[in-house]
Design a protein around this ligand. Structure first.
Ligand code: FES
Length: 178
């Protein structure tokens, strides 16, 4: 019994060490449930998404049910439960962008990054790709946003050049071009 308790405590301590940054964030918000959205925002800022394990951990240290945390994380579209890449590529597929060719651009990105079988994030976590609704810049359609930088009137050829530059910068050029 004692050995089992000891084991469980060790597990908790190990998690606490692993989630040191999460502890800091939750502590900053004084473990209060009404601050859960702000806590999840900051945690997502650290990890680029909300891993299930971390949501469970947050629930434990805040003494709330994992379902409450999961409920908030799934209710708001700003939260992602899937891993995001270092570069978050958003392809607008609002009406104006769609009419002016956003889907060929999206397809070119997925091909370039070798994202197949419904995958949206590269295995090395360098890039994630998603379509989004109108970004309010229809005159620039089709629009692609990469980490808040807006690219206008993008063509499939142009987006490959943009990605090449980012791949070079992240030192992953060889992998995507082989
Ligand atoms: S439809 Fe793409 S910015 Fe409006």
């Amino acid at each position: 019994m004692v050995a089992e308790t000891q084991k469980n405590l060790e597990k908790v301590f190990e998690k606490q060490r692993k989630f040191c940054k999460v502890n800091e964030i939750v502590e900053k918000y004084k473990y209060q449930k009404q601050n859960l959205i702000a806590i999840l925002q900051e945690v997502q800022g650290e990890y680029r998404y909300l891993p299930e394990e971390i949501m469970t951990y947050i629930a434990t240290i805040m003494s709330i049910s994992p379902a409450s945390v999961y409920g908030v994380a799934t209710f708001y579209s700003q939260f992602s439960l899937d891993p995001k890449g270092k570069y978050e590529v958003k392809v607008c597929d609002g009406t104006a962008c769609h009419v002016r060719g956003s889907m060929p651009v999206y397809k070119a990105i997925k091909e370039k990054l070798k994202l197949k079988d419904g995958k949206f994030t590269t295995e090395d976590l360098q890039f994630s790709v998603e379509t989004v609704r109108c970004l309010g810049a229809c005159a620039l359609a089709p629009v692609v946003v990469i980490n808040n930088k807006v690219y206008s009137k993008v063509t499939p050829e142009a987006v490959k050049i943009i990605l090449d530059k980012l791949l070079e910068r992240s030192g992953e050029g060889d992998k995507a071009n082989d």
